[in-house]
Design a protein around this ligand. Structure first.
Ligand code: SAH
Ligand code: SF4
Length: 356
């Protein structure tokens, strides 16, 4: 199996280039081509210096190196044109989702970190698929590069924000995600600012503590969805491994060590976790934390029969949290008509395949 040039950080690429007898400046040119210009085919760059062109042609054809430029197997846009969703096909035929949400002038990409997910959240289409495998750094970077090319091809300036809220649990694939982030934030390449990036976790406690210890400068989002151990375990099997009490302790430690606010996500499910009592329990649980709470209406999936909360229940919930002093927003649903929830496009495609 060839190694991927997209797996490498700038320093690693330079080491490889120098070890191959080329000059360090060639590494700069190749990095610029792959990550700043975001070219899918670096050999198409006309001003590549002959030694670099020769090396690249050689290593790509003899199978020692490859590029992560996954083909698109499905490309859908929402009817309002604001959400674009892609299924990208990896070399082993695994398909993963990448989404671009385009608010005027500031595009956000949402990327996947695993094929499937081991965490098994009952309401999540990816969780319902089970775990297939981790993605490599290059496969994560490739999604951002694809989104960048797509935004530019549509006349946009480029991506500004990035969220790790696609398929998979980022902190269950910690090393690959952090290497991908080093590549994505490199100012000589994609240059997405760390403060414009959010990593969302279901609550992998060791990963949260590691992000704090390593001073990773990204925003942290924690998917909460329930405020008692019993209720959370019913929705999120991973709560058995990392109980809510440990998770909240880790969040307090993260706040204290980093001085950063945590963004808690709460998927509102009618009659399950959307009563005023639930809102009061959240306020009690998060007391003293520097927290922002995002309320997200449930997207229905085939494997779970819950339904989204009514607007009035969501509004009351919202108000209780605000009155308790927490900044709180109800997230607008984007691109509901392109199977907006995590893993839902892939799930919808498999259903269509079965039906065909
Ligand atoms: N594994 C990470 C990141 C991917 S999921 C995590 O769980 O945080 C991104 C967000 O989408 C999470 O907050 C998750 O709870 C939410 N989500 C998953 N399925 C959903 C659905 N059907 N409706 C609404 N939100 C959903
Ligand atoms: Fe995995 Fe996140 Fe889906 Fe849970 S919500 S199954 S952690 S992707």
């Amino acid at each position: 199996m060839p190694r991927s040039l997209h797996d490498l950080t700038f320093d690693q690429l330079r080491e490889e280039i120098v070890a191959a007898g080329l000059r360090p400046a060639h590494a700069g040119t190749l990095w610029n081509t792959l990550h700043f210009k975001a070219m899918a085919d670096p050999l198409a760059r006309e001003d590549l210096l002959p030694p670099l062109r020769k090396w690249l042609t050689q290593v790509l054809s003899d199978g020692s190196w490859m590029l992560d430029v996954p083909p698109v197997s499905l490309d859908t846009a929402s009817s309002d044109g604001l959400t674009h969703k892609f299924l990208l096909r990896m070399a082993d035929a695994q398909e993963i989702e990448t989404v671009i949400m385009g608010y005027t002038g500031r595009h956000t990409a949402c990327v996947s970190t695993q094929a499937g997910c081991a965490m098994g959240c009952v309401f999540c289409a990816t969780g319902q698929m089970g775990f297939v495998r981790h993605l490599r750094p290059g496969e994560i970077v490739a999604q951002v590069l694809h989104a960048q090319r797509s935004v530019r091809a549509n006349g946009g300036k480029g991506l500004r924000n990035l969220v790790f809220m696609g398929m998979g649990e980022p902190l269950h694939n910690y090393d690959a995600v952090m290497t991908a982030l080093d590549i994505i934030c490199d100012t000589r390449g994609l240059n997405i600012g760390p403060s414009k990036i959010s990593v969302s976790t279901v609550g992998v406690v060791p990963g949260i503590l590691r992000m704090a210890a390593e001073k990773r400068p990204y925003n942290l989002a924690v998917s909460l969805h329930a405020a008692t151990e019993e209720e959370r375990a019913k929705l999120i099997p991973a709560n058995q491994r990392w109980p809510l009490s440990d998770l909240i302790a880790a969040c307090r430690s993260y706040n204290a060590q980093t001085g950063r606010r945590i963004f808690f996500a709460w998927t509102l499910i009618q009659g399950v976790n959307d009563t005023p009592e639930h809102a009061r329990l959240i306020a009690e649980l998060l007391q003293g934390l520097d927290a922002h709470i995002n309320l997200i209406p449930l997207n229905q999936t085939d494997g779970y029969d819950g339904s989204e909360s009514s607007d009035s229940a969501a509004d009351i919930f919202h108000r209780i949290l605000q009155d308790a002093g927490f900044p709180c927003t109800i997230r607008q649903r984007r691109g509901i008509d392109v199977a907006a929830g995590c893993g839902q496009l892939k799930a919808a495609k498999s259903v269509r395949r079965k039906a065909a």
